[in-house]
Design a protein around this ligand. Structure first.
Ligand code: PMP
Length: 395
């Protein structure tokens, strides 16, 4: 038999990619008896399945050939017009031609990494930050450097120091109802950060999948709307939390200089986002009142947040702290010193309850006492039972 040479190894970035140990642990929580506060999932019973079925139906009845055909990389014009109209009606005048429809906002992160980052580049991130953004920047060969952060987001003075020292190319932020912390950055911080980005020459990625899920307080201005940052901020939006994540629809609103390169990167990645899903979303938005749907979702999430927050004093050990976010999907908690939330998770799972430990969300040294609890998917009675089980974990 002739000699069989081995195939070349995978690229270094693929070889160094690690499975998340937390994901493996959470795989154990797929058992139906487990009450999980771990997943970052929207409540499925609140999806407007009937409205979406009708939208898909109409699209396939009225224009089946267009809906099933290849389409443009930039995205469905009606959908882009609807998104632009919505942003313009909020705080951000938007030209539909400035929008690129993506396969979820996760793809927008990949496109931006492709367009902006060389291997070895530095990205400044909140501490902690969205785990899959860290993975995405890691895959691009970039180094994520955490900026000291508190309950109001990153510290602008610390950012200025870090920028002078580390010369990051971009700053990645989830300023509203952050994942994992649920926190929102106040307007003054947003302005200070926009000024720093302007002074030091920095791209800002403003990732905003949760902003429309506000159930208390008043909206803060988008960073993309601030004059200092308008020419350097890329805003990412998503239908995942306001319509349905399975449709995989998001959008990227880039300054002019980045729009063209992002379109080309998208073309190389997947030609375009699913034609039929975009058409159905556009049809849905034309035939339904998204705000009325969102009002229902917000009211339900508020009740669910309140149920979780009300039960935490009995569920977590004395000396624990947590926040009460004004929107989004997550509560962030801190166990007393000496507790390790990753170690406690294994015991929680034996009690048929789960959460996500905070450690993997840190680009630098993790705070091992932290954990993320999602309140979206459980009725208050289920949350109460889940918290009783969680209390047993810390006995
Ligand atoms: N950014 C953040 C901060 C998220 O929490 C998520 C989803 N969990 C995403 C981006 C990706 O969302 P999608 O691709 O579904 O739009």
């Amino acid at each position: 038999m002739s000699h069989r040479a081995p195939t070349p190894p995978p690229a270094a970035r693929a070889a160094s990619a690690r499975r998340s140990p937390v994901r493996d642990l959470l795989a154990l929580t797929a058992r139906p008896e487990v009450i999980s506060f771990g997943g970052g999932l929207p409540a499925p019973e609140l999806f407007d399945a009937e409205g979406l079925r009708a939208a898909y139906d109409r699209v396939l009845t009225d224009a089946p050939h267009a809906a099933l055909q290849y389409s443009t990389t930039e995205g469905d014009p009606a959908l882009r017009a609807a998104i632009a109209g919505r942003l313009t009606g909020q705080d951000l005048p938007t030209d539909p031609d400035r929008l690129l429809i993506t396969a979820g906002s996760q793809q927008a992160l990949t496109l931006l990494a492709t367009v902006l980052l060389e291997p070895g580049d530095t990205v400044a991130v909140e501490d902690p930050t969205y785990l899959a953004a860290l993975q995405c920047f890691g895959f691009a060969g970039a180094r994520a450097v955490p900026v000291p952060s508190d309950e109001h987001g990153i510290d602008p003075a610390a950012l200025a120091d870090l920028v002078a020292r580390e010369r990051p190319k971009l700053l990645y932020l989830v300023p509203t109802f952050h994942n994992p912390t649920g926190n929102t950055m106040p307007a003054a911080r947003r302005r200070a950060i926009a000024e720093t980005a302007e002074r030091h020459g920095l791209w800002i990625v403003e990732d905003d999948p949760y902003g429309e899920l506000r159930f208390s307080g008043t909206p803060e201005p988008r960073i993309a709307s601030l004059p200092e940052a308008a020419d350097r901020t890329v805003l990412l939006g998503s239908f995942s939390k306001i319509m349905a994540p399975g449709m995989r629809l998001g959008w990227l609103r880039a300054p002019e200089a980045l729009h063209g390169p992002c379109v080309i990167a998208k073309q190389a990645a997947d030609l375009h986002t699913s034609t039929i899903d975009q058409a159905a979303a556009a049809r849905y938005l034309a035939d339904n009142d998204l705000d009325a749907h969102l009002a229902r979702v917000r009211a339900e999430y508020r009740t669910r947040r309140d149920a979780l927050v009300a039960g935490l004093p009995e569920a977590l050990p004395p000396g624990s702290t947590w926040n009460r976010p004004d929107g989004g999907m997550f509560v962030w908690a801190r166990l007393p010193e000496g507790h390790d939330a990753t170690e406690c998770l294994a015991k929680a799972i034996t009690n048929d309850v789960a959460y996500v430990p905070g450690a993997p969300f840190y680009a630098g040294t993790p705070d091992r006492t932290t954990l993320r609890l999602s309140f979206t998917t459980h009725a208050p009675e289920t949350t109460a039972e889940g918290l009783r089980r969680l209390a047993k974990t810390f006995l």
